[in-house]
Design a protein around this ligand. Structure first.
Ligand code: S3P
Length: 170
């Protein structure tokens, strides 16, 4: 298994877990949204505001395709990335895809005050519906699902356990 790709809803802990996991495994950490912002020279809210969501999704797709050139990285994806088939099919079958399955309450508490465009463009009720729709998609798209509610160290240890198990039972 090569890269570890963390997926899940906004606020599920992809960034926090990603950093802890990368440190534990001495692997490089990549935040895909940070790369998109650096390449565009704009923040995500600005990309959405100036060019629209469809353009952001195209930039996101380019960033996902770029992962093919990376090895031994822990990658945090944006919450929408793995809901698009063109992105899931661009991920190498040698990478370990992990869905951080945190509850909507946990996610919402972390994101409600943020400047994420989807928070501004949707009511809490709409976000809860999006969460449920996406949860089904993440589960299908990722090879592994872990409980995202425990502290990041615990979630990271569980991912390491699953990875070692998969590596020894190849
Ligand atoms: C998005 C999630 C965000 C970011 C963008 C769109 C989404 O990333 O990619 O605002 O569609 O869920 P986080 O999941 O890191 O907040």
């Amino acid at each position: 298994m090569n890269n570890i790709i963390l997926c899940g809803f906004m606020g599920c802990g992809k960034t926090t877990v990603g950093k802890v996991l990368a440190r534990m495994l001495a692997m490089e950490y990549i935040d895909l949204d940070t790369e998109i912002q650096q390449d565009a020279g704009l923040t995500i809210p600005d990309i959405f505001a100036q060019y629209g969501e469809a353009h952001f999704r195209d930039l996101e797709h380019v960033a996902v395709k770029g992962l093919a050139k990376r090895i031994s990285c822990v990658v945090s994806t944006g919450g929408g990335a793995m809901t698009f088939e063109r992105n899931t099919t661009a991920i190498s079958p040698h990478d370990m895809t992990v869905f951080l399955d945190a509850s909507f309450e946990t996610c919402y508490e972390r994101i409600r005050e943020s400047d994420r465009p989807l928070i501004h463009n949707n009511t809490p009720q709409q976000l809860a519906e999006l969460f449920e729709r996406r949860r089904v998609i993440y589960r299908a798209a990722c090879a592994f699902t872990v409980d995202g509610d425990p502290p990041a160290e615990e979630v990271s240890r569980e991912i390491i356990r699953l990875r070692e198990h998969a590596l020894t039972h190849k």
